[in-house]
Write a protein that binds this ligand. Structure first.
Ligand code: R5P
Length: 285
């Protein structure tokens, strides 16, 4: 097996190849002068099973992934596995208003024309996976989150959304504490409201887990509700840290105990590694 690290995920790809004790191949990607993506895989031949690790967000990384697939195929890859730590475009998984595309389907289908299998991590909507025209696995980062927080003083794990309570449950069961959820109502892409919590969290150290932090609105609103319910401290652990519009600084100024995310996206708080979960999936597949 050979691991190729795309420009979004070099450090994660290096970690995966180290765990698998297999070769790591770098890529060279200066842009064309007009800004178009240029990419070259730094190898003469890839006569092996090849794993490309690369996000499909933002758009330039999606283009790079498509070009990398062609490049490794031209170098003789026997099979191609795409590891997409953060899969972009999973939000638009259906037509909400007439005239919209099924973006998630379009992107999944484009990506899977040249590959043999796909690994994603906590994809935003699991319904997207069926559009890959090849076998797929969606890895759950809950195990890595639980390992990271196991020595911290956490009393209860909270999901800021009933639909994602299974993630909170999984983390809570692993660190042997209780779990709960807050009911979220999304008003727009940037606005959410939450029903006041019915539970009494007086004096509790709470861990909020979610799949992603984008604007930070969900976490900030959940924190306010939890403070109203009397919590002692709030720690936040999410899989993907997109942190748009200075979200990380806004979160830090909200008296949160600590905020950390996994290394599916590289940020200053990407402290939880999903490399061993990905390596295990590649080894056992
Ligand atoms: C929603 O379905 C997701 O699980 C996240 O809660 C959401 O995408 C976070 O976005 P934001 O940080 O903008 O509230």
């Amino acid at each position: 097996m050979i691991v190729v690290g795309g420009s979004s995920s070099k450090s994660l790809a290096t970690e995966i190849s180290g765990l698998l004790e297999c070769d790591y191949v770098n890529i060279i990607n200066p842009s064309f002068p007009d800004g178009e993506c240029y990419v070259r895989v730094d190898a003469k031949s890839l006569d092996d099973d090849v794993v490309i690790v690369q996000n499909t967000y933002p758009d330039n990384n999606l283009v790079e992934m498509l070009l990398l697939e062609d490049a490794v195929m031209n170098l003789g890859a026997k099979t191609i596995t795409l590891v997409i730590p953060y899969f972009g475009y999973a939000r638009q998984d259906k037509i909400f208003k007439p005239g919209e595309p099924e973006s998630a389907k379009v992107i999944s289908q484009c990506l899977s024309t040249k590959c043999d299998r796909v690994i994603t991590v906590d994809i935003h909507k699991e319904s997207v996976l069926k559009h890959f025209g090849c076998p797929y696995i969606d890895i759950k980062a809950a195990d890595a989150i639980a390992d990271y927080v196991k020595n911290r003083d956490i009393d209860v794990v909270i999901s800021p959304d009933i639909g994602a309570v299974d993630r909170a449950k999984k983390v809570a069961e692993k660190i042997k504490v209780s779990y709960d959820y807050i009911e979220k109502i999304r008003l727009s892409g940037t606005e959410v409201i939450m029903k006041p919590s019915k539970s009494n969290y007086s004096g509790k150290n709470v861990l909020i887990v979610d799949d992603m932090i984008t604007t930070g609105g969900t976490i900030i609103t959940a924190s306010k509700q939890l403070r109203n319910a009397g919590v002692k401290s709030i720690t936040v652990a999410c899989t993907h840290g997109l942190f748009i519009n200075d979200a990380l600084n806004r979160l830090k100024s909200n008296s949160l105990n600590d905020v950390f995310v996994s290394n599916t996206l590289t940020t200053s708080v990407s402290k939880i590694s999903v490399a061993s979960l990905i390596a295990k999936a590649l080894k056992e597949w």
